[in-house]
Structures are given as C-alpha cells and as structure tokens.
Design a protein around this ligand. Structure first.
Ligand SMILES: Cc1cc2nc3c(=O)[nH]c(=O)nc-3n(C[C@H](O)[C@H](O)[C@H](O)COP(=O)(O)OP(=O)(O)OC[C@H]3O[C@@H](n4cnc5c(N)ncnc54)[C@H](O)[C@@H]3O)c2cc1C
Ligand code: FES
Length: 272
C-alpha cells in the first residue's frame, strides 16, 4: 500500500565507525509512530540518481511537541548509502514510511533472545527499547547475541548496554568478545532456554538466518526473523522483493518482504 512521502531534514549524520553512520532526521509530526521491525524508504529529496529509494530500518524514534525524529544506523555498501553518508546537517531527504510488518511482542514468554548479525542490530535495538519502555518484560529476561566480522563492525553497543544486561558479543576474528559465529554462540547456550518459554528475534545476513533456521529445525522455539532483500518500490507494488514462504497449509507461496514482511516466522521461510 502506498504511503505518504515526507520531506525530512537532517539533524546530524555522523560516521560512528569506519563505514558505519548514524543519521538523525527531523520529520513532520504527522509521521506515524513506527513499530519495531518497520523500515523507511529513503532518497535524497529532488535527486533522480540513484532512481530507487533504499530501505533502512528505523533504529530509534522520538516524538516531540510539534515534530518527530528518527535515527538510522547504516553501513555504506554502494551508491545509495555512499550518497547518504555525504549528506550534511540541513540536507533534505524524502522518506516513505513507516513500512512493513513489525515484530510481534509475546508477553507470555519468559525469555527473549535477540540474535543480530552486523547491521541487523538496528531493528532489534528498537525492539529491545520498545520492550523496556512498555515494561512488558524485565530487562533480565533479555539475552542479546551480537556478531560481526570484527570489532570495527560492532555498532550500536552503547545504546544496547542501556537496555540489556546480558549481551554476548562474537566476532569472526576474535577482536572483540568470543571468537565465534553468533549462531554458534547461541547454539552453545541453547539448552539454557526452554522452547515453550522463549521467543527469538533475529536479523542479519542471509547466511546467518539460514544457519539459525537449521539450528531451530525440529525444535519448538518460536522465532521471528527480519529478512533483507533488494527492494524497488518498497510498498508491495512490484514483487521485486518476493521470497518463497510456506503458507499455513505447508504449500509454497511467494510473499513480498516489503509489505508482507520484512518480519516472518523463520519456520515459514523456504531456503533454496
Ligand atoms: C527491510 C530492510 C531493512 C534494512 N535496514 C538496514 C539498516 O538499518 N541499515 C543498513 O545499513 N542497511 C539496511 N538494509 C540494507 C540496505 O537497504 C542496503 O544496504 C542498501 O539498500 C544498499 O544500497 P546501496 O545503493 O548503497 O548499495 P547498492 O549499490 O544497491 O548495492 C551494494 C551491495 O549491497 C547489496 N545489497 C543492496 N541492497 C541489499 C539488501 N536490501 N539486502 C542485502 N544486500 C543488499 C548488493 O547486492 C550489493 O552487493 C535494509 C534492507 C532491508 C530490506
Ligand atoms: S519492493 Fe516492490 S513489492 Fe517489494
């Protein structure tokens, strides 16, 4: 479904780590409060190249008296994010959102496990903040597994440490935390969590989600994942982001990551 496009003004856009930026954008008060897991499509106001907007998760949201602001945590990987990184205070961006389906909070579960790979921390951080703010679960109930290639690529830890006591950091090269894949670290601990009392939320590279799906196969854990796909329209119109999903009868169907997701039940995702 099409959503209004807002012209936002950049309040700040800082490189917090090599290739990683935190952008704060002020928006008109009519921008809806986002739910955790939702994202926006962003492009430079008035710029025709790149032609398509880029999807970025909402990392944080604040509502003031007559305006609101969002923060985006992003990694520079190509043309669109390179242009974003060059924007200065006062620049204007066109933002469409909040878009997509959010993570569902399950207050009946005693444990919440977050598994984030790299920039996957962005939507999970908003979710952890939301859970803390709503006080629907104690901070003790939350365990965060955060992985990346190296210490240079661990971002968002300062905010996370204010929300969550139990943070397990893993890096591929051992430069911070355990030298392990984040999925291996979770697998090592899996017996600490009872499937009936635990909900898992995950976001990260496809390989990480695929491995997690194998680990959880045959278990009774409930796990919601946010998938990343290249997007064109971002609003469900082009099918450019379709992924194979099992419907409730077990049959293969195609769902749009932008409008049916990005959050899906991991057990429904079909991996080729
Ligand atoms: C729902 C959603 C939320 C996202 N949230 C964030 C976020 O909070 N922070 C962040 O840094 N990134 C996020 N991404 C990924 C981000 O959209 C891409 O990195 C961005 O579109 C790349 O644009 P570009 O023009 O810089 O790179 P391009 O020149 O378009 O591509 C450069 C490289 O990145 C790969 N790539 C491009 N888009 C994606 C994608 N969607 N998924 C995986 N690989 C991609 C390409 O295959 C290519 O290898 C999100 C993606 C989705 C779908
Ligand atoms: S990007 Fe067009 S339908 Fe999802």
């Amino acid at each position: 479904m099409a959503k209004d496009i807002y012209i936002g003004e950049i309040i700040s856009n800082k490189e917090i780590q090599k290739e990683y930026f935190l952008m704060k954008v002020s928006l008109n008060e009519s921008f809806n409060d986002p739910e955790p897991g939702q994202f926006i499509m962003i492009r430079i106001a008035g710029l025709g190249d790149p032609f398509l907007s880029r999807p970025i998760s909402i990392y944080s949201f604040n509502r003031g008296k007559s305006s609101c602001s969002i923060e985006l945590l992003y990694r520079v990987v190509g043309k669109g994010t390179q242009i974003m990184a060059g924007l200065i205070k006062g620049s204007q961006v066109a933002i469409q959102g909040p878009l997509g389906a959010n993570f569902e909070i399950l207050p009946t579960k005693k444990n919440i496990v977050f598994i984030a790979g790299g920039i996957g921390i962005a939507p999970l951080s908003l979710l952890a903040e939301h859970i803390c703010r709503k006080k629907c679960m104690s901070e003790d109930a939350m365990t965060f597994y955060l992985g990346s290639q190296s210490a240079d690529a661990i971002v968002g830890l300062d905010k996370l440490q204010k929300l969550c006591y139990k943070i397990n950091i893993c890096t591929d090269d051992g430069s911070l935390g355990a030298k392990s894949l984040v999925t291996q670290a979770f697998q090592k601990d899996i017996k600490k969590f009872s499937p009936a009392d635990t909900v898992i939320y995950a976001c990260g590279p496809k390989a990480m989600i695929k491995t997690l799906s194998k680990i959880l196969d045959g278990t009774k854990f409930s796990c919601q994942v946010s998938l990343e796909e290249r997007m064109a329209c971002g609003t469900g119109a082009c099918m450019g982001c379709a992924v194979a999903i099992r419907d409730n009868k077990g049959a293969l169907t195609y769902k749009r990551v932008c409008s049916d997701g990005p959050v899906f039940n991991i057990k429904d995702v079909i991996w080729e």
